[in-house]
Ligand binder design. Structure first.
Ligand code: SF4
Ligand code: SF4
Ligand code: FES
Length: 285
């Protein structure tokens, strides 16, 4: 916390702005009156309402994404003073301990929609690719499901806290930005299909690998464990991970990502070997 005597009267916020997908980015600087206990979202609300830069020029309201405001949805993730984190839990008093300016940039691994608002759809596509759900074949009463052991519950709970925020992929050297713009004359469906095809060929990222670990631990989810492991063995799968371990260091939920990656690495190997032996067994009959 800033000591009472050291409170600045005003502080500056420098924002890397972009007017739309594929457009050039530019910096704008804003000056705000200091108030105690602000978070970065409340600062952005003040900047958007004022829409005037520090040198008095009128500008457009800054755009950002947010939802829960309590570090649960992951939507407000951005790069704040060079560190990827959620803006709803980033406190101004703490950020100003190192100076009178706060720097905000959009995450660099996702296409910018506008300003600090990025398109994380590649992460949701990865969850679809690895089938990160429990398959049920209807909504009628199926009776009690199989029980999960206490050990499995304790292993699964931390993995279930993932909010698809993107911090892990922002830090991952193996995860490169993919930005595909819609061609003129290309239909929305064709554009979405082209994006899905490219996303599926590129690295799924640590969060999706960890979700395979979570759903394969579930007694009902296990039914399609092999399909999830197959998805992790395809192009863009777990073999792309270079084990740099940056992901685990930045996860705000402290998810043991490298443990998940190591476990899924072993399981994908067993899965491939088991299928190979099954095929050999079949061909002998
Ligand atoms: S694993 Fe952690 S850093 Fe990655 S998306 Fe989930 S919550 Fe965010
Ligand atoms: S351990 Fe793998 S997934 Fe995590 S940052 Fe390194 S390369 Fe990326
Ligand atoms: S608004 Fe949901 S995590 Fe910040």
């Amino acid at each position: 916390m800033i000591a009472h005597a050291n409170k600045p009267k005003t502080f500056f916020v420098k924002i890397l702005r972009q007017d739309g997908p594929g457009k050039p980015s530019y910096w704008e600087r804003f000056e705000l009156d200091y108030e105690p206990e602000l978070n970065v979202i409340s600062v952005l609300q003040k900047i958007a309402a004022k829409a005037k830069t520090a040198n008095g020029q009128k500008t457009t309201p800054v755009c950002w994404d947010c939802g829960c405001l309590e570090e649960v949805c992951g939507a407000c993730t951005m790069v704040i003073n060079c560190k990827v984190r959620q803006s709803c839990s980033a406190l101004v008093d703490k950020l100003l301990e190192d100076g009178r300016e706060i720097e905000l940039r959009p995450m660099t691994k996702f296409p910018v929609v506008r300003d600090l608002f990025v398109d994380r759809s590649r992460m949701f596509n990865a969850l679809k690719k690895v089938k990160a759900w429990i398959p049920v074949d209807g909504y009628y009463d199926l009776g009690p499901g199989p029980k999960q052991s206490r050990d499995a519950q304790e292993m699964a709970y931390p993995l279930s806290e993932c909010m698809t925020c993107g911090c892990c992929v922002e830090a991952c050297p193996q995860y490169s930005k993919i930005e595909l713009l819609q061609h003129s004359g290309e239909s929305k469906d064709a554009y979405e299909a082209r994006k899905t095809e490219v996303f599926n060929r590129n690295f799924v990222g640590p969060a999706a690998i960890s979700q395979v670990a979570l759903f394969n631990l579930n007694p009902t989810g296990k039914m399609i464990a092999s399909e999830r492991l197959d998805a992790l063995t395809e192009e863009g799968g777990i073999q792309v991970c270079g084990n740099a371990q940056n992901c685990v260091a930045v996860c705000p939920k402290k998810i043991p990502l490298t443990m998940s990656i190591a476990r899924m690495g072993r399981e994908t190997t067993f899965n491939t070997l088991r299928k190979w032996f099954d095929r050999r067994g079949d061909s002998k009959h």
